[in-house]
Design a protein around this ligand. Structure first.
Ligand code: ZN
Length: 396
């Protein structure tokens, strides 16, 4: 039998709390009542030691019904259950506290907030939401409740409510992330754009820019709108601006630039060359993005891909192993090697979150792991080993 020390410790604290309380309480409760509480606590600890958490919980709840003054220890028990992932038990404990008639208002708020955390942990968003809405109106948990509600609205993609609450929160305290509201507006704009409501989309983007003047995501969506409206000149100017501002977004901007370039026919390469000149230090990102976008047939992108093959030790080594020399590859060989690398890259994570390390093949504006906005960075190295492993796994 393995004894889980935090449980035993907490159980002993509960017993000590109950015994100490009854020793000091005036007027003293009936000796029989105190004995009953103590018996239930001791039974609870015994069940914990013997790894019977359900029976332990029943014993503690019975003791709690008899003794309305050991609320704090029950909070501790509830949060311990939640931390261990035993959410059902945490919910029972916190519900039990909420349902008591004799609670101080602050204790009731604390219990409701704890219960909302249990529901969040259990994925019961609607239940968490209704409790948090009540708490966000007033009281000591107001700000925390608002922040929690914002996260729920983000999951539900309820952007108007997220915007409203974020603005309310910024009046009374600091919101989590200043740029979040601009992203909400961009989410609304993207939805409107994909349904052909271009004017509405443009209006959402204007709102995004009032909060954040130079916001690359907004420029990307504006560029898409400009393309839909046939304004190639504006689209390419906006995309060039995105490239200049953030080399991490070259991988997003380049496929759009390539589409514009293809539509322009023979002048297309000049359009790409201007974008590359706008951010010379981003050449590696351009080369990577060009390979991913199957666009190394453009001379300006081909020369960057070639430069990548020559300077990246792993790639140069691979090419040498194939009996070739990176410096003397012809255009066709560059395209063929690009196709191989693209297949490898499509099977391995290409983005990693700078905050939590979550990695993914697709790009997310909000990290699915830690929910931070704008934290995903593109990887600019081809992970040949992981790519080959993924390829082998897919073949089996
Ligand atoms: Zn993250």
């Amino acid at each position: 039998m393995s004894i889980e020390s935090p449980w035993v410790l907490l159980g002993l604290l509960l017993v000590a709390g109950a015994v100490g309380f009854y020793a000091s309480r005036k007027p003293r409760p009936s000796a029989l009542g105190a004995e009953h509480v103590r018996t239930n606590y001791l039974a609870g600890v015994n069940f914990l030691v013997n790894e019977q958490p359900d029976r332990a919980l029943e014993a503690f709840l019975r003791a709690a019904e008899l003794d309305g003054d050991t609320v704090e220890t029950h909070f501790a028990l509830g949060s311990l259950y939640r931390r261990r992932g035993e959410v059902d038990r945490a919910i029972r404990i916190h519900q039990n506290i909420v349902n008591r008639g004799s609670l101080e208002p602050q204790q009731r708020e604390q219990a409701m907030y704890a219960l909302a955390q249990d529901y969040l942990r259990a994925g019961l968003l609607d239940r968490a939401e209704s409790i948090l809405e009540e708490l966000s109106a007033a009281g000591s948990h107001r700000m925390a409740a608002m922040r929690n509600l914002i996260s729920i609205y983000e999951v539900e993609r309820d952007w108007p409510r997220a915007i409203a609450l974020h603005e309310e929160l910024s009046k009374v305290g600091r919101p989590h992330q200043e740029s979040a509201v601009a992203h909400y507006w961009c989410e609304l704009a993207e939805a409107a754009r994909s349904e052909g409501r271009l004017e509405e989309a443009a209006e959402h983007l204007r709102k995004a820019r009032t909060g954040r003047r130079r916001f690359p995501r907004s420029a990307l969506v504006r560029a898409d709108i400009a393309v839909a409206q046939g304004d190639t000149e504006l689209a390419s100017r906006l995309l060039k601006g995105v490239v200049e501002q953030d080399s991490g977004l070259i991988v997003e901007a380049l496929p759009r630039l390539v589409r514009l370039a293809r539509a322009q026919g023979p002048d297309g390469d000049a359009l790409l060359a201007r974008a590359i000149e706008a951010k010379p230090e981003g050449w590696k990102e351009f080369a990577f993005a060009a390979i991913l976008a199957d666009a190394v047939d453009f001379p300006s992108l081909e020369s960057l891909a070639r430069r990548l093959f020559e300077t990246d030790e792993t790639l140069a080594g691979l090419i040498r192993a194939l009996g070739r020399d990176a410096a003397s590859l012809d255009s066709r060989a560059v395209r063929e090697l690009g196709a191989v690398l693209r297949r490898l890259a499509n099977a391995t994570p290409r983005y990693r979150c700078a905050e939590c390390g979550f990695s993914s093949i697709a790009h997310f504006w909000q990290c699915p792991g830690c929910k931070t906005w704008d934290s995903q960075r593109p990887l600019t190295r081809f992970d040949l080993v992981a790519g080959l492993d993924a390829g082998r796994a897919a073949a089996h």
